[in-house]
Ligand binder design. Structure first.
Ligand SMILES: Cc1cc2nc3c(=O)[nH]c(=O)nc-3n(C[C@H](O)[C@H](O)[C@H](O)COP(=O)(O)OP(=O)(O)OC[C@H]3O[C@@H](n4cnc5c(N)ncnc54)[C@H](O)[C@@H]3O)c2cc1C
Ligand SMILES: NC(=O)c1ccc[n+]([C@@H]2O[C@H](COP(=O)([O-])OP(=O)(O)OC[C@H]3O[C@@H](n4cnc5c(N)ncnc54)[C@H](O)[C@@H]3O)[C@@H](O)[C@H]2O)c1
Length: 502
Protein backbone atom coordinates (compact mmCIF):
# COMPACT_ATOMS: atom_id res chain seq x y z
CA UNK A 1 0.00 0.00 0.00
CA UNK A 2 1.38 3.40 -0.91
CA UNK A 3 0.30 5.80 1.77
CA UNK A 4 2.48 8.60 0.48
CA UNK A 5 1.60 9.12 -3.16
CA UNK A 6 4.14 10.96 -5.25
CA UNK A 7 3.25 14.62 -5.57
CA UNK A 8 2.47 14.16 -9.25
CA UNK A 9 -0.39 11.80 -8.34
CA UNK A 10 -2.05 14.21 -5.93
CA UNK A 11 -5.15 16.11 -7.11
CA UNK A 12 -3.82 19.34 -8.55
CA UNK A 13 -4.85 22.69 -9.97
CA UNK A 14 -1.27 23.52 -10.71
CA UNK A 15 1.93 21.51 -10.90
CA UNK A 16 3.08 22.38 -7.38
CA UNK A 17 -0.14 22.95 -5.40
CA UNK A 18 -2.33 19.87 -5.01
CA UNK A 19 -5.83 20.92 -3.95
CA UNK A 20 -7.69 19.58 -0.93
CA UNK A 21 -10.77 20.51 1.02
CA UNK A 22 -8.81 19.99 4.23
CA UNK A 23 -5.12 19.81 5.03
CA UNK A 24 -4.61 18.31 8.49
CA UNK A 25 -1.22 18.79 10.14
CA UNK A 26 -0.41 15.91 12.51
CA UNK A 27 -1.69 12.32 12.35
CA UNK A 28 -2.33 11.66 16.05
CA UNK A 29 -5.85 11.04 17.43
CA UNK A 30 -6.93 14.64 16.78
CA UNK A 31 -5.63 14.76 13.23
CA UNK A 32 -6.53 11.26 12.11
CA UNK A 33 -10.06 11.37 13.54
CA UNK A 34 -10.62 14.64 11.70
CA UNK A 35 -9.22 13.20 8.47
CA UNK A 36 -11.31 10.02 8.72
CA UNK A 37 -14.56 11.87 9.45
CA UNK A 38 -13.94 14.44 6.72
CA UNK A 39 -13.24 11.71 4.18
CA UNK A 40 -16.42 9.92 5.33
CA UNK A 41 -18.28 13.15 4.52
CA UNK A 42 -16.85 13.13 1.00
CA UNK A 43 -14.13 15.75 1.42
CA UNK A 44 -10.68 15.53 -0.18
CA UNK A 45 -8.25 15.25 2.72
CA UNK A 46 -4.48 15.54 3.05
CA UNK A 47 -3.01 14.38 6.36
CA UNK A 48 0.59 15.46 6.93
CA UNK A 49 2.75 13.58 9.45
CA UNK A 50 6.42 14.04 10.19
CA UNK A 51 6.86 10.72 12.01
CA UNK A 52 7.58 7.56 10.03
CA UNK A 53 4.09 6.25 10.79
CA UNK A 54 0.74 7.82 11.68
CA UNK A 55 -0.88 7.49 15.11
CA UNK A 56 0.90 10.30 16.96
CA UNK A 57 1.81 10.12 20.60
CA UNK A 58 -1.15 7.95 21.52
CA UNK A 59 -0.44 4.98 19.29
CA UNK A 60 3.34 5.23 19.12
CA UNK A 61 4.54 6.68 22.45
CA UNK A 62 1.52 6.99 24.71
CA UNK A 63 -1.79 5.20 25.30
CA UNK A 64 -1.05 1.98 23.46
CA UNK A 65 2.51 1.06 24.50
CA UNK A 66 1.83 2.07 28.13
CA UNK A 67 -1.37 0.03 28.27
CA UNK A 68 0.45 -2.96 26.78
CA UNK A 69 3.03 -2.71 29.58
CA UNK A 70 0.31 -2.19 32.19
CA UNK A 71 -1.61 -5.20 30.89
CA UNK A 72 1.52 -7.28 31.46
CA UNK A 73 2.02 -5.79 34.93
CA UNK A 74 -1.61 -6.53 35.79
CA UNK A 75 -1.08 -10.14 34.74
CA UNK A 76 1.83 -10.38 37.18
CA UNK A 77 -0.35 -8.85 39.93
CA UNK A 78 -3.13 -11.33 39.21
CA UNK A 79 -0.69 -14.23 39.39
CA UNK A 80 0.44 -13.05 42.84
CA UNK A 81 -3.15 -12.55 43.96
CA UNK A 82 -3.93 -16.14 42.94
CA UNK A 83 -2.29 -17.35 46.13
CA UNK A 84 -5.03 -15.81 48.30
CA UNK A 85 -7.56 -17.96 46.39
CA UNK A 86 -5.54 -21.14 46.55
CA UNK A 87 -4.11 -20.86 43.04
CA UNK A 88 -0.42 -21.42 43.64
CA UNK A 89 1.72 -20.05 40.83
CA UNK A 90 5.48 -19.52 40.80
CA UNK A 91 6.60 -15.92 41.45
CA UNK A 92 6.35 -14.06 38.10
CA UNK A 93 9.66 -13.56 36.29
CA UNK A 94 10.05 -10.88 33.63
CA UNK A 95 11.48 -11.69 30.22
CA UNK A 96 11.83 -8.10 29.06
CA UNK A 97 12.60 -8.96 25.44
CA UNK A 98 9.26 -10.72 25.17
CA UNK A 99 7.49 -7.98 27.08
CA UNK A 100 8.98 -5.39 24.67
CA UNK A 101 7.92 -7.55 21.72
CA UNK A 102 4.35 -7.62 23.10
CA UNK A 103 4.46 -3.81 23.52
CA UNK A 104 5.78 -3.30 19.98
CA UNK A 105 3.36 -5.79 18.44
CA UNK A 106 0.45 -3.99 20.14
CA UNK A 107 1.63 -0.67 18.67
CA UNK A 108 2.24 -2.19 15.25
CA UNK A 109 -1.22 -3.76 15.09
CA UNK A 110 -2.90 -0.46 15.97
CA UNK A 111 -0.80 1.61 13.55
CA UNK A 112 -1.26 -0.88 10.71
CA UNK A 113 -5.01 -0.79 11.33
CA UNK A 114 -4.98 3.00 11.19
CA UNK A 115 -2.96 3.02 7.95
CA UNK A 116 -5.47 0.66 6.43
CA UNK A 117 -8.42 2.82 7.54
CA UNK A 118 -6.82 5.96 6.09
CA UNK A 119 -6.13 4.18 2.84
CA UNK A 120 -9.68 2.79 2.57
CA UNK A 121 -11.15 6.23 3.12
CA UNK A 122 -8.79 7.65 0.47
CA UNK A 123 -7.06 10.05 2.83
CA UNK A 124 -3.81 11.24 1.26
CA UNK A 125 -1.11 10.73 3.88
CA UNK A 126 1.86 12.98 3.17
CA UNK A 127 5.05 12.25 5.07
CA UNK A 128 6.90 15.43 6.02
CA UNK A 129 6.99 18.43 8.32
CA UNK A 130 4.28 20.98 7.56
CA UNK A 131 3.89 24.67 8.21
CA UNK A 132 1.41 27.28 7.11
CA UNK A 133 2.64 29.60 4.41
CA UNK A 134 3.72 32.86 6.07
CA UNK A 135 2.16 34.85 3.28
CA UNK A 136 -1.15 33.07 3.60
CA UNK A 137 -2.39 35.33 6.39
CA UNK A 138 -2.32 38.27 4.04
CA UNK A 139 -3.83 36.13 1.32
CA UNK A 140 -6.75 35.49 3.66
CA UNK A 141 -7.72 39.11 3.43
CA UNK A 142 -8.15 38.75 -0.29
CA UNK A 143 -9.82 35.36 0.32
CA UNK A 144 -7.61 33.76 -2.29
CA UNK A 145 -4.15 34.16 -3.74
CA UNK A 146 -5.24 33.49 -7.25
CA UNK A 147 -7.00 30.16 -6.82
CA UNK A 148 -10.51 30.08 -8.17
CA UNK A 149 -11.52 26.93 -6.33
CA UNK A 150 -12.09 28.43 -2.90
CA UNK A 151 -8.74 27.31 -1.52
CA UNK A 152 -7.01 30.06 0.36
CA UNK A 153 -4.55 28.26 2.57
CA UNK A 154 -1.13 27.06 1.55
CA UNK A 155 0.54 24.36 3.61
CA UNK A 156 4.23 23.89 2.90
CA UNK A 157 5.58 20.43 3.55
CA UNK A 158 9.27 19.59 3.85
CA UNK A 159 9.53 15.98 2.69
CA UNK A 160 12.45 13.64 2.21
CA UNK A 161 12.37 14.58 -1.49
CA UNK A 162 12.15 18.35 -1.12
CA UNK A 163 9.34 20.79 -0.48
CA UNK A 164 5.78 20.60 -1.69
CA UNK A 165 2.86 22.98 -1.24
CA UNK A 166 -0.71 21.86 -0.59
CA UNK A 167 -3.66 24.16 -1.26
CA UNK A 168 -6.71 23.68 0.93
CA UNK A 169 -10.04 25.30 1.79
CA UNK A 170 -9.40 24.64 5.47
CA UNK A 171 -6.46 23.69 7.65
CA UNK A 172 -6.58 21.72 10.90
CA UNK A 173 -3.67 22.00 13.33
CA UNK A 174 -3.26 18.77 15.27
CA UNK A 175 0.41 18.94 16.19
CA UNK A 176 0.02 17.59 19.74
CA UNK A 177 2.31 18.14 22.70
CA UNK A 178 5.67 17.04 24.05
CA UNK A 179 6.96 16.36 27.59
CA UNK A 180 7.48 19.49 29.70
CA UNK A 181 11.00 19.88 31.02
CA UNK A 182 11.82 21.14 34.51
CA UNK A 183 14.63 23.69 34.69
CA UNK A 184 15.74 22.12 37.97
CA UNK A 185 15.95 18.65 36.43
CA UNK A 186 16.48 18.73 32.66
CA UNK A 187 15.97 15.61 30.55
CA UNK A 188 19.08 13.63 29.65
CA UNK A 189 21.30 11.00 31.21
CA UNK A 190 19.40 9.39 34.07
CA UNK A 191 16.53 11.89 33.89
CA UNK A 192 13.91 10.43 31.56
CA UNK A 193 10.79 11.70 29.88
CA UNK A 194 7.96 9.26 29.07
CA UNK A 195 9.24 8.68 25.50
CA UNK A 196 12.56 7.50 26.85
CA UNK A 197 11.01 5.51 29.70
CA UNK A 198 9.00 3.54 27.16
CA UNK A 199 12.08 2.50 25.23
CA UNK A 200 13.99 1.08 28.24
CA UNK A 201 15.09 -2.49 27.69
CA UNK A 202 14.75 -3.57 31.34
CA UNK A 203 12.89 -2.93 34.58
CA UNK A 204 15.08 -0.48 36.51
CA UNK A 205 16.06 -1.45 40.04
CA UNK A 206 14.79 1.85 41.44
CA UNK A 207 13.11 5.00 40.12
CA UNK A 208 12.19 8.39 41.52
CA UNK A 209 9.13 9.86 39.80
CA UNK A 210 8.57 13.60 39.71
CA UNK A 211 4.90 14.36 38.92
CA UNK A 212 2.01 12.35 40.32
CA UNK A 213 -0.42 12.78 37.44
CA UNK A 214 -1.44 10.25 34.81
CA UNK A 215 1.99 9.44 33.41
CA UNK A 216 3.79 9.34 36.75
CA UNK A 217 1.21 7.01 38.32
CA UNK A 218 0.95 4.67 35.34
CA UNK A 219 4.74 4.19 35.20
CA UNK A 220 4.84 3.85 39.01
CA UNK A 221 2.30 1.01 38.85
CA UNK A 222 4.06 -0.70 35.95
CA UNK A 223 7.55 -0.59 37.39
CA UNK A 224 6.56 -1.43 40.94
CA UNK A 225 4.45 -4.43 39.82
CA UNK A 226 7.50 -5.77 38.02
CA UNK A 227 9.79 -5.40 41.03
CA UNK A 228 11.33 -1.91 40.87
CA UNK A 229 11.62 0.18 44.02
CA UNK A 230 9.51 3.24 43.12
CA UNK A 231 9.28 6.54 44.98
CA UNK A 232 6.82 9.16 43.78
CA UNK A 233 7.43 12.74 44.92
CA UNK A 234 4.38 14.62 46.22
CA UNK A 235 4.04 18.38 46.55
CA UNK A 236 0.46 18.36 47.85
CA UNK A 237 0.36 15.32 50.16
CA UNK A 238 -1.46 13.10 47.67
CA UNK A 239 -1.23 12.08 44.02
CA UNK A 240 -3.71 13.52 41.48
CA UNK A 241 -3.80 16.69 43.56
CA UNK A 242 -6.02 18.45 41.00
CA UNK A 243 -8.70 15.77 41.51
CA UNK A 244 -11.19 15.51 44.40
CA UNK A 245 -9.26 14.71 47.58
CA UNK A 246 -10.89 11.34 48.37
CA UNK A 247 -9.82 9.93 45.02
CA UNK A 248 -6.20 11.03 45.43
CA UNK A 249 -6.09 9.60 48.95
CA UNK A 250 -7.61 6.28 47.81
CA UNK A 251 -5.00 6.05 45.03
CA UNK A 252 -2.27 6.86 47.55
CA UNK A 253 -3.43 4.04 49.84
CA UNK A 254 -4.01 1.54 47.05
CA UNK A 255 -0.69 2.12 45.30
CA UNK A 256 1.05 2.15 48.68
CA UNK A 257 -0.35 -1.33 49.29
CA UNK A 258 1.26 -2.35 45.98
CA UNK A 259 4.64 -1.18 47.27
CA UNK A 260 4.88 2.34 45.85
CA UNK A 261 6.62 4.76 48.23
CA UNK A 262 5.64 8.42 48.52
CA UNK A 263 7.96 11.30 49.47
CA UNK A 264 6.66 14.77 50.34
CA UNK A 265 8.74 17.71 49.13
CA UNK A 266 8.40 21.33 48.10
CA UNK A 267 11.18 21.77 45.57
CA UNK A 268 14.14 20.08 43.95
CA UNK A 269 17.30 21.85 45.11
CA UNK A 270 19.93 19.91 43.21
CA UNK A 271 20.70 16.66 41.45
CA UNK A 272 23.91 14.81 40.76
CA UNK A 273 25.06 11.59 39.20
CA UNK A 274 26.22 9.06 41.75
CA UNK A 275 27.65 5.59 41.26
CA UNK A 276 25.05 3.71 39.20
CA UNK A 277 22.34 6.27 39.67
CA UNK A 278 21.15 9.77 40.42
CA UNK A 279 20.72 11.62 43.72
CA UNK A 280 18.15 14.37 44.28
CA UNK A 281 18.38 16.94 47.06
CA UNK A 282 14.86 17.97 48.04
CA UNK A 283 13.65 20.71 50.29
CA UNK A 284 10.55 20.18 52.35
CA UNK A 285 8.40 22.09 54.82
CA UNK A 286 10.30 24.57 56.96
CA UNK A 287 13.35 24.35 54.69
CA UNK A 288 14.36 20.84 55.82
CA UNK A 289 16.38 19.07 53.13
CA UNK A 290 16.50 15.39 52.27
CA UNK A 291 18.34 13.28 49.74
CA UNK A 292 16.93 10.49 47.58
CA UNK A 293 18.87 8.14 45.33
CA UNK A 294 17.70 5.83 42.55
CA UNK A 295 18.95 4.28 39.35
CA UNK A 296 16.70 6.53 37.23
CA UNK A 297 14.40 9.52 37.56
CA UNK A 298 11.22 10.00 35.47
CA UNK A 299 9.93 13.55 35.11
CA UNK A 300 6.22 13.72 34.14
CA UNK A 301 4.95 17.18 34.98
CA UNK A 302 2.66 17.80 32.04
CA UNK A 303 3.00 18.28 28.28
CA UNK A 304 3.80 21.44 26.35
CA UNK A 305 1.91 22.16 23.10
CA UNK A 306 3.80 21.75 19.83
CA UNK A 307 3.00 25.15 18.34
CA UNK A 308 6.03 26.35 16.42
CA UNK A 309 6.56 30.04 15.75
CA UNK A 310 4.85 29.65 12.37
CA UNK A 311 1.53 29.18 14.18
CA UNK A 312 1.51 32.66 15.73
CA UNK A 313 3.42 34.11 12.75
CA UNK A 314 0.47 33.17 10.58
CA UNK A 315 -1.96 35.13 12.70
CA UNK A 316 -3.27 32.36 14.95
CA UNK A 317 -3.81 33.31 18.59
CA UNK A 318 -1.97 31.25 21.20
CA UNK A 319 -2.03 31.66 24.98
CA UNK A 320 0.99 32.37 27.19
CA UNK A 321 1.90 28.67 27.30
CA UNK A 322 1.65 28.21 23.53
CA UNK A 323 -1.75 26.48 23.42
CA UNK A 324 -3.75 27.43 20.34
CA UNK A 325 -6.89 29.32 21.38
CA UNK A 326 -10.12 27.95 19.86
CA UNK A 327 -13.86 28.11 20.33
CA UNK A 328 -15.68 24.86 21.32
CA UNK A 329 -15.89 23.86 17.63
CA UNK A 330 -12.11 24.17 17.20
CA UNK A 331 -12.11 27.43 15.23
CA UNK A 332 -8.96 29.49 15.75
CA UNK A 333 -8.66 33.25 15.41
CA UNK A 334 -7.81 32.76 11.74
CA UNK A 335 -10.78 32.01 9.48
CA UNK A 336 -10.64 28.55 7.97
CA UNK A 337 -7.97 27.31 10.39
CA UNK A 338 -9.02 24.89 13.14
CA UNK A 339 -7.05 23.30 15.97
CA UNK A 340 -7.76 20.05 17.83
CA UNK A 341 -6.17 17.81 20.43
CA UNK A 342 -3.27 18.43 22.78
CA UNK A 343 -2.17 21.61 21.00
CA UNK A 344 -5.34 23.24 22.37
CA UNK A 345 -5.89 24.12 26.03
CA UNK A 346 -7.82 21.50 28.03
CA UNK A 347 -7.71 17.84 28.98
CA UNK A 348 -4.96 16.15 27.01
CA UNK A 349 -6.57 12.81 26.21
CA UNK A 350 -7.00 10.83 23.04
CA UNK A 351 -10.79 10.60 23.41
CA UNK A 352 -11.11 14.39 23.70
CA UNK A 353 -8.91 14.73 20.61
CA UNK A 354 -11.17 12.26 18.74
CA UNK A 355 -14.25 14.30 19.61
CA UNK A 356 -12.59 17.58 18.64
CA UNK A 357 -11.36 16.11 15.34
CA UNK A 358 -14.82 14.85 14.42
CA UNK A 359 -16.49 18.16 15.32
CA UNK A 360 -13.93 20.19 13.31
CA UNK A 361 -14.43 17.93 10.27
CA UNK A 362 -18.21 18.30 10.49
CA UNK A 363 -17.95 22.10 10.75
CA UNK A 364 -15.69 22.23 7.70
CA UNK A 365 -18.14 20.00 5.83
CA UNK A 366 -20.90 22.50 6.56
CA UNK A 367 -22.74 20.49 9.22
CA UNK A 368 -23.75 22.03 12.53
CA UNK A 369 -22.34 19.74 15.23
CA UNK A 370 -22.90 20.40 18.92
CA UNK A 371 -19.87 22.05 20.55
CA UNK A 372 -17.24 19.98 22.34
CA UNK A 373 -18.09 19.92 26.04
CA UNK A 374 -14.75 19.63 27.80
CA UNK A 375 -16.20 19.24 31.29
CA UNK A 376 -18.09 16.10 30.24
CA UNK A 377 -14.94 14.49 28.84
CA UNK A 378 -13.62 11.84 31.25
CA UNK A 379 -10.12 11.48 32.62
CA UNK A 380 -8.78 8.03 33.41
CA UNK A 381 -5.52 6.92 34.99
CA UNK A 382 -4.69 3.25 34.46
CA UNK A 383 -2.73 2.87 37.68
CA UNK A 384 -3.39 0.11 40.25
CA UNK A 385 -5.93 1.04 41.50
CA UNK A 386 -7.35 2.94 38.55
CA UNK A 387 -8.73 6.45 38.88
CA UNK A 388 -11.43 8.04 36.74
CA UNK A 389 -13.24 11.35 36.78
CA UNK A 390 -15.90 13.14 34.79
CA UNK A 391 -17.73 16.41 35.28
CA UNK A 392 -17.50 18.93 38.07
CA UNK A 393 -15.92 18.57 41.49
CA UNK A 394 -18.07 19.85 44.39
CA UNK A 395 -16.09 23.09 44.81
CA UNK A 396 -16.31 23.78 41.06
CA UNK A 397 -20.07 23.25 41.16
CA UNK A 398 -20.42 25.58 44.17
CA UNK A 399 -18.35 28.25 42.42
CA UNK A 400 -20.60 27.99 39.37
CA UNK A 401 -23.69 30.12 39.90
CA UNK A 402 -25.82 27.78 37.79
CA UNK A 403 -26.36 25.29 40.68
CA UNK A 404 -27.86 25.27 44.16
CA UNK A 405 -27.75 22.77 47.02
CA UNK A 406 -24.58 21.09 45.74
CA UNK A 407 -24.06 17.75 47.51
CA UNK A 408 -21.02 15.53 47.62
CA UNK A 409 -21.84 11.85 48.32
CA UNK A 410 -18.99 9.38 48.74
CA UNK A 411 -19.09 5.64 49.23
CA UNK A 412 -16.26 3.22 49.87
CA UNK A 413 -16.62 0.36 47.39
CA UNK A 414 -15.13 -2.43 49.49
CA UNK A 415 -18.62 -3.79 50.13
CA UNK A 416 -19.07 -4.56 46.43
CA UNK A 417 -18.65 -8.31 46.00
CA UNK A 418 -16.40 -8.11 42.95
CA UNK A 419 -14.24 -5.37 44.43
CA UNK A 420 -13.86 -7.43 47.60
CA UNK A 421 -12.91 -10.58 45.63
CA UNK A 422 -10.24 -8.68 43.75
CA UNK A 423 -8.59 -7.84 47.06
CA UNK A 424 -8.97 -4.16 46.34
CA UNK A 425 -10.97 -1.23 47.60
CA UNK A 426 -11.96 2.09 46.22
CA UNK A 427 -14.15 5.12 46.47
CA UNK A 428 -16.87 6.76 44.39
CA UNK A 429 -17.59 10.42 44.96
CA UNK A 430 -20.73 11.79 43.26
CA UNK A 431 -21.50 15.48 42.96
CA UNK A 432 -25.17 16.34 42.54
CA UNK A 433 -27.08 19.63 42.56
CA UNK A 434 -30.28 21.26 41.43
CA UNK A 435 -30.27 23.90 38.69
CA UNK A 436 -30.47 27.44 40.12
CA UNK A 437 -33.37 28.16 37.77
CA UNK A 438 -35.33 25.14 39.03
CA UNK A 439 -35.73 21.53 38.06
CA UNK A 440 -34.72 18.14 39.36
CA UNK A 441 -31.43 17.22 41.06
CA UNK A 442 -28.91 15.91 38.55
CA UNK A 443 -25.49 14.27 38.59
CA UNK A 444 -22.81 16.91 37.85
CA UNK A 445 -19.70 14.86 38.47
CA UNK A 446 -18.40 11.40 39.32
CA UNK A 447 -14.90 10.80 40.64
CA UNK A 448 -13.66 7.33 41.48
CA UNK A 449 -10.78 5.06 42.33
CA UNK A 450 -10.76 1.27 42.32
CA UNK A 451 -10.77 -1.73 40.01
CA UNK A 452 -12.39 -1.22 36.59
CA UNK A 453 -13.38 2.40 37.18
CA UNK A 454 -11.98 3.10 33.68
CA UNK A 455 -15.07 1.23 32.44
CA UNK A 456 -17.55 2.57 35.03
CA UNK A 457 -16.81 6.16 34.10
CA UNK A 458 -18.48 5.72 30.69
CA UNK A 459 -21.85 5.27 32.41
CA UNK A 460 -21.19 8.27 34.63
CA UNK A 461 -20.29 10.31 31.55
CA UNK A 462 -23.70 9.53 30.01
CA UNK A 463 -25.41 10.76 33.18
CA UNK A 464 -23.35 13.96 33.35
CA UNK A 465 -23.57 14.79 29.66
CA UNK A 466 -27.26 13.88 29.44
CA UNK A 467 -28.12 15.82 32.62
CA UNK A 468 -30.15 12.81 33.72
CA UNK A 469 -32.27 13.44 36.86
CA UNK A 470 -30.69 11.66 39.85
CA UNK A 471 -33.97 9.91 40.73
CA UNK A 472 -33.99 8.35 37.25
CA UNK A 473 -30.24 7.57 37.23
CA UNK A 474 -30.57 5.76 40.56
CA UNK A 475 -33.22 3.44 39.06
CA UNK A 476 -30.75 2.02 36.53
CA UNK A 477 -30.35 -1.71 36.99
CA UNK A 478 -26.82 -3.06 37.29
CA UNK A 479 -26.32 -6.81 36.90
CA UNK A 480 -25.30 -8.57 40.11
CA UNK A 481 -22.56 -9.18 41.00
CA UNK A 482 -20.58 -6.67 38.91
CA UNK A 483 -18.12 -3.86 39.55
CA UNK A 484 -20.74 -1.59 37.96
CA UNK A 485 -23.03 -2.12 40.94
CA UNK A 486 -20.68 0.13 42.90
CA UNK A 487 -21.78 3.09 40.77
CA UNK A 488 -25.42 2.00 41.21
CA UNK A 489 -24.93 1.98 44.98
CA UNK A 490 -23.33 5.44 44.88
CA UNK A 491 -26.33 6.74 42.90
CA UNK A 492 -28.74 5.22 45.42
CA UNK A 493 -26.74 6.81 48.25
CA UNK A 494 -26.80 10.20 46.52
CA UNK A 495 -30.56 9.78 46.09
CA UNK A 496 -30.85 9.31 49.86
CA UNK A 497 -31.63 5.57 49.83
CA UNK A 498 -28.41 3.53 50.02
CA UNK A 499 -29.03 -0.22 49.88
CA UNK A 500 -25.76 -1.88 50.89
CA UNK A 501 -23.95 1.09 52.50
CA UNK A 502 -24.76 3.45 55.39
C1 LIG B 1 2.89 8.10 28.11
C2 LIG B 1 1.53 8.59 27.67
C3 LIG B 1 0.41 7.81 27.90
C4 LIG B 1 -0.84 8.25 27.50
N1 LIG B 1 -1.92 7.45 27.74
C5 LIG B 1 -3.14 7.88 27.39
C6 LIG B 1 -4.28 7.06 27.59
O1 LIG B 1 -4.19 5.93 28.09
N2 LIG B 1 -5.49 7.53 27.23
C7 LIG B 1 -5.63 8.76 26.67
O2 LIG B 1 -6.76 9.15 26.36
N3 LIG B 1 -4.57 9.56 26.45
C8 LIG B 1 -3.34 9.15 26.79
N4 LIG B 1 -2.25 9.93 26.54
C9 LIG B 1 -2.49 11.25 25.92
C10 LIG B 1 -2.68 11.09 24.40
O3 LIG B 1 -1.57 10.40 23.87
C11 LIG B 1 -2.82 12.45 23.76
O4 LIG B 1 -3.85 13.16 24.41
C12 LIG B 1 -3.14 12.32 22.29
O5 LIG B 1 -2.13 11.62 21.62
C13 LIG B 1 -3.32 13.70 21.67
O6 LIG B 1 -3.55 13.57 20.30
P1 LIG B 1 -3.12 14.73 19.30
O7 LIG B 1 -3.55 14.27 17.95
O8 LIG B 1 -3.56 16.03 19.78
O9 LIG B 1 -1.52 14.78 19.38
P2 LIG B 1 -0.41 13.67 19.11
O10 LIG B 1 -0.90 12.31 19.34
O11 LIG B 1 0.79 14.11 19.88
O12 LIG B 1 -0.11 13.77 17.54
C14 LIG B 1 0.45 14.92 16.99
C15 LIG B 1 1.18 14.50 15.72
O13 LIG B 1 1.54 15.66 15.00
C16 LIG B 1 2.80 15.43 14.39
N5 LIG B 1 3.36 16.76 14.08
C17 LIG B 1 3.68 17.76 14.94
N6 LIG B 1 4.11 18.84 14.27
C18 LIG B 1 4.05 18.51 12.95
C19 LIG B 1 4.37 19.21 11.76
N7 LIG B 1 4.79 20.49 11.77
N8 LIG B 1 4.22 18.58 10.58
C20 LIG B 1 3.78 17.27 10.53
N9 LIG B 1 3.47 16.57 11.63
C21 LIG B 1 3.59 17.19 12.82
C22 LIG B 1 3.56 14.65 15.46
O14 LIG B 1 4.64 13.95 14.89
C23 LIG B 1 2.46 13.74 16.00
O15 LIG B 1 2.44 12.52 15.30
C24 LIG B 1 -0.98 9.51 26.88
C25 LIG B 1 0.15 10.30 26.65
C26 LIG B 1 1.39 9.84 27.03
C27 LIG B 1 2.60 10.69 26.75
N1 LIG C 1 -4.68 7.57 30.94
C1 LIG C 1 -4.62 8.73 30.33
O1 LIG C 1 -5.61 9.27 29.83
C2 LIG C 1 -3.32 9.44 30.23
C3 LIG C 1 -2.15 8.76 30.49
C4 LIG C 1 -0.97 9.46 30.42
C5 LIG C 1 -0.98 10.79 30.05
N2 LIG C 1 -2.14 11.41 29.79
C6 LIG C 1 -2.18 12.84 29.50
O2 LIG C 1 -0.90 13.34 29.25
C7 LIG C 1 -0.75 14.59 29.88
C8 LIG C 1 0.57 14.64 30.58
O3 LIG C 1 0.60 13.72 31.68
P1 LIG C 1 1.42 14.09 32.97
O4 LIG C 1 1.26 13.01 33.96
O5 LIG C 1 2.78 14.54 32.58
O6 LIG C 1 0.67 15.41 33.44
P2 LIG C 1 -0.51 15.62 34.51
O7 LIG C 1 -1.03 16.97 34.24
O8 LIG C 1 -1.45 14.47 34.50
O9 LIG C 1 0.24 15.60 35.91
C9 LIG C 1 1.29 16.49 36.13
C10 LIG C 1 1.84 16.27 37.53
O10 LIG C 1 3.02 17.05 37.65
C11 LIG C 1 2.92 17.90 38.78
N3 LIG C 1 3.64 19.12 38.44
C12 LIG C 1 3.26 20.10 37.59
N4 LIG C 1 4.21 21.05 37.53
C13 LIG C 1 5.22 20.66 38.35
C14 LIG C 1 6.46 21.21 38.70
N5 LIG C 1 6.88 22.36 38.20
N6 LIG C 1 7.24 20.52 39.57
C15 LIG C 1 6.83 19.34 40.07
N7 LIG C 1 5.64 18.77 39.79
C16 LIG C 1 4.85 19.42 38.92
C17 LIG C 1 1.42 18.08 39.00
O11 LIG C 1 1.15 18.41 40.33
C18 LIG C 1 0.91 16.70 38.63
O12 LIG C 1 1.09 15.81 39.70
C19 LIG C 1 -1.91 14.78 30.84
O13 LIG C 1 -2.71 15.85 30.42
C20 LIG C 1 -2.67 13.51 30.78
O14 LIG C 1 -4.07 13.71 30.72
C21 LIG C 1 -3.31 10.77 29.88
Amino acid sequence: MSIVPPVSSLPSHSADSPVFDIAVIGAGPGGYSCALRAAQLGLRVALVERDARPGGTCLNRGCIPTKALLTAAHTADEARHGETMGIMLPQPQVDYDRLAAFRDASVDTMVTGLESLLSRRAVTLVRGTARLDDGAAQADAAATDGATDGTRHRVIVDTADGTTTLAARAVVLATGARPTQLDALPFGGRVLDSDHALTLDRVPSSVIIVGSGAIGLEFASFWSSLGAHVTVLLRHGRPLSAWPRRVGMAVRRGMGAHGVQWADYESIEAYEDVDGGIALTLSGRGGATSRLEAELCLVAVGRTPVSAPWVSDSGIETDARGFVVTDPWGRTSRPGVFAVGDVTRGRQTAHRAFEQGIVAAECIAGLEPAPVEDAASPLVVFSSPEAASVGLAADEARADGAWTDVRDTAIVTQGNARVMMSSASGVIDLVTATPADGGERIVLGAHMAGPHVSELVAEAEQLVRGRVPLSQAARAIHPHPTFGEALGEALLAADGRPLHTF
